[in-house]
Write a protein that binds this ligand. Structure first.
Ligand code: LLP
Length: 447
């Protein structure tokens, strides 16, 4: 995060707090969150999108995607920076409500929401329920009728545009569980159009608009523009069919961040401008007014604001045979966590950067692999990184940019208690979520 720097004695500080003090006070492994960095990124996204969409004559709401990391404090920070909160389950909704985010500023997602989750959302007066199937439209209508309320809904559509990493592809038909396709099955009406018309038939439902999410860790804004074009055309088609021009279009999340030192993150100002200008042009061509927009960034707000602090245990040089028959040495550096606190390398082959942060070292570097303490060989934290040759037991090691989808996807594999989430700000730290204990875990076991 931007608040991370080396001190003259070689140790790293986060927001003015020495990592050695963080480790002493909170133990390791620990998720460390730079509050100011989170707030700065949240504000940057909001102001960039507000300025760009304002310049073409419409408004935009920024929802923080809580799936990336949601704690009560994090939800409060998002709200204080003018963001709304996007939730993907009853549990995430409960956190947002505990943080006193007004229901009207919360969205609820999910391809298989339960009746209980939908009722909870209706009772909280959420601003929008994003519906994902025809059966769910009927389910929400039935439950809204039961409660005597009108449910505000958006229909999630799939545009055939998939983005992530450096590329995007557009395919005609979707073979995945989310959304309703804009492509007609065989010359008829598209599932997306069917769903929109179905919502309009229900007096218990209010159709807010259309939602599209195309992927994650996107570094090229073309995919957002391509998807927006498809959604805006669907909106115009719906108006022609039904006379209803929906007010809102949500373009989802997916804004990419830098994970490694050389990576370049998506620039919110540039991407906001590109999208705003593009959608303004599309609406002009279609002869429709501009809708209000919304976006749902998660990773881009919280990812770079977090790092994971580990303590090094076993260091083991392993001789490896290269493809050309020569041997080389890889130094396996084991830390006190692993795939239970960060599943992303094992799940996606995600790359991270690690550094020894408790001291400086004048030693040469060696090719290292940072691994966890779990009982499988895929338990890798960083595949390949240069670390000082004198890396040793007791060293503090930090892995950068773990704020998103680290804690939120953590497990108790091998009965490891999940690490705490520690916030640092203005030279002080505080625990947002405490470390689990063995008693927490054993307490669930009924014998
Ligand atoms: N909105 C919707 C509807 C989504 O499905 C997602 C992510 C987001 C927003 C936020 O996307 P972001 O801005 O954070 O990229 N666990 C994976 C990523 C899966 C994301 C699923 N949906 C990872 O660790 O990379």
């Amino acid at each position: 995060s931007s608040g991370v720097g080396r001190r003259p004695d070689g140790a790293v500080a986060v927001a003015g707090v020495d990592v050695r003090d963080l480790a002493a006070e909170h133990g390791t492994p620990a998720y460390v969150l730079d509050e100011a960095d989170f707030r700065t990124r949240a504000r940057a996204y909001r102001t960039a999108f507000e300025a760009a969409f304002g310049a073409v004559g419409t408004g935009v709401d920024v929802y923080y995607a809580g799936k990336a990391l949601l704690t009560v404090a994090v939800a409060r920070w998002a709200r204080e920076e003018g963001l709304r909160v996007d939730t993907a389950s009853g549990g995430e909704l409960a956190v947002a409500l505990r943080a006193e985010v007004p229901g009207a500023e919360i969205g609820l997602h999910g391809n298989n929401k339960s009746d209980a989750e939908i009722l909870r959302a209706l009772d909280a007066g959420v601003g929008r329920i994003i519906v994902d199937s025809l059966v769910e439209i009927e389910r929400v209508a039935r439950l809204a009728a039961e409660r005597g309320v009108v449910a505000p809904v958006m229909v999630r559509v799939t545009t055939g545009v998939h983005a992530g990493g450096h590329e995007y592809i557009a395919t005609a038909h979707e073979d995945q569980k989310f959304g309703l396709s804009v492509n007609p099955a065989s010359g008829g009406e598209s599932p997306a159009m069917t769903a929109l018309l179905q919502v309009l038939k229900h007096p218990e439902l209010r159709l807010l608009g259309i939602h599209s999410h195309i992927g994650s860790q996107i570094l090229d804004p073309d995919g957002f523009e391509a998807a927006a074009r498809v959604v805006l055309r669907l909106r115009a088609d719906l108006a022609e069919r039904s006379g209803v021009l929906v007010d809102e279009v949500d373009l989802g999340g997916g804004y990419g961040i830098a994970y490694l030192p050389g990576d370049v993150a998506l620039d919110p100002e540039r991407v906001a401008k590109d999208i705003a200008q593009s959608v303004a042009g599309v609406c002009q061509d279609l002869g429709t007014s501009l809708p209000r927009f919304s976006i749902e960034p998660g990773r881009a707000i919280v990812g770079p604001a977090g790092l994971t602090l580990y303590t090094v245990g076993t260091v083991k040089p392993v001789t490896v045979s290269a493809d050309d028959g020569t041997d080389f040495t890889r130094t396996y550096v084991s830390v006190d966590g692993g795939m239970s606190d960060n599943i992303r390398p094992a799940l996606y082959g995600a790359a991270y950067h690690a550094e020894v942060v408790g001291r400086s070292s004048a030693a040469e570097t060696v090719l290292a692999r940072v691994v966890g303490k779990h009982c499988e060989s895929g338990d890798i934290v960083v595949h390949e990184v240069q670390l000082p040759a004198d890396v040793r037991e007791g060293d503090l090691l930090a892995v950068a940019a773990t704020g998103a989808y680290g804690r939120s996807m953590a497990s108790n594999y091998n009965m490891l208690p999940r690490p705490p989430v520690v916030a640092v700000a203005d030279g002080a730290s505080r625990v947002l979520v405490r470390r689990e204990t063995e008693d927490d875990l054993l307490g669930l076991d009924q014998g």
